[in-house]
Design a protein around this ligand. Structure first.
Ligand SMILES: Cc1cc2nc3c(=O)[nH]c(=O)nc-3n(C[C@H](O)[C@H](O)[C@H](O)COP(=O)(O)OP(=O)(O)OC[C@H]3O[C@@H](n4cnc5c(N)ncnc54)[C@H](O)[C@@H]3O)c2cc1C
Length: 245
């Protein structure tokens, strides 16, 4: 008689049902979605999930979204989705999604682009646009478990009004624990892109970073990496995540 050993797929490769439990505006183009899902039981700040939508005729679309929340044991996680012009999946989230809707999630994904208190610091974060979402999760985790670790965020947004979670970031920067916010905008009057002076200002406040996480478009991540390397930060401490074009 042969005994069959049940084969269980690792949790990360399986699709999990998720229910949207809350929706809130973040900016005019970005909405926050709370989802109840198994994956919320075990993830690290900075990781992302794949989201799969299935239409009534069976057509499926799949995209990646970073987790914005720090793991909090609530059984839910938060995504922040920016509506792109004619975007297939972001368009569904921004225009059609309602509380109670179900989607499928797979993950958590991205073990090396993640941070927790025991990983230490100083922590230098650099974000372009919606690339701030996984870094917000890291800052939320830091505030919960390791506020003594020095941290700095260089954040390039189109406009201040369009910057994601700016009130929360400013509140964290003002809490006296050693987190500094260095925001630059590219489309406001007098705006500029990330440059050597902005990086130097962040490093002066922070000291030598031991962990660096950069997230955004290819262009932002490339520019930020070059500037941070030119400022003398070793390549080995830099982790990057690219959202696309
Ligand atoms: C690891 C990771 C994490 C991410 N996290 C986030 C996050 O937290 N928040 C977030 O908002 N996004 C995030 N993204 C981006 C996200 O995965 C999607 O790429 C984004 O939402 C766009 O998907 P979409 O289906 O809406 O747009 P798509 O339909 O894929 O289109 C994207 C853009 O290209 C244009 N386009 C599409 N097809 C064509 C064509 N044939 N010719 C010309 N233009 C075209 C569309 O108009 C649109 O503006 C992440 C990506 C990665 C890889």
């Amino acid at each position: 008689m042969s005994s069959a050993t049940p084969v269980t797929e690792p949790i990360v490769f399986r699709w999990h049902q998720a229910e949207i439990t809350a929706i809130a505006p973040v900016t005019s183009q970005v909405k926050s979605f709370r989802l109840r899902c198994d994956i919320a039981q075990a993830y690290r700040a900075g990781q992302h999930v794949d989201v799969r939508l299935t239409a009534e005729d069976g057509y499926q679309a799949q995209r990646s979204y970073s987790i914005a929340s720090a793991p909090d044991g609530s059984g839910t996680l938060e995504l922040m989705v920016e509506a792109l012009p004619d975007g297939e999946v972001s368009g569904w989230f921004s225009e059609a999604a309602e509380v109670g809707d179900r989607v499928e999630l797979r993950g958590p994904i991205g073990g090396s682009f993640s941070w927790d208190g025991p990983d230490g610091g100083p922590l230098l974060l650099g974000a372009g646009g919606s690339g701030v979402v996984p870094l917000l999760a890291m800052l939320r985790q830091r505030a919960l478990v390791a506020p003594q670790i020095p941290a700095a965020l260089i954040y390039s947004a189109h406009t201040r009004a369009g910057a994601i979670a700016l009130p929360e970031l400013e509140r964290l920067a003002g809490d006296g624990t050693g987190f500094s916010l260095h925001i630059t905008t590219t489309r406001d009057a007098g705006g500029r892109r990330i440059d050597a002076a902005l990086v130097a200002g962040a490093l002066t406040r922070l000291g030598r970073p031991e962990k660096v996480f950069l997230c955004g478009s290819n262009r932002f991540v490339g520019a930020a990496s070059d500037l941070i390397l030119a400022a003398g930060v070793p390549a080995g401490v830099i982790r990057t995540e690219r959202f696309g074009s």
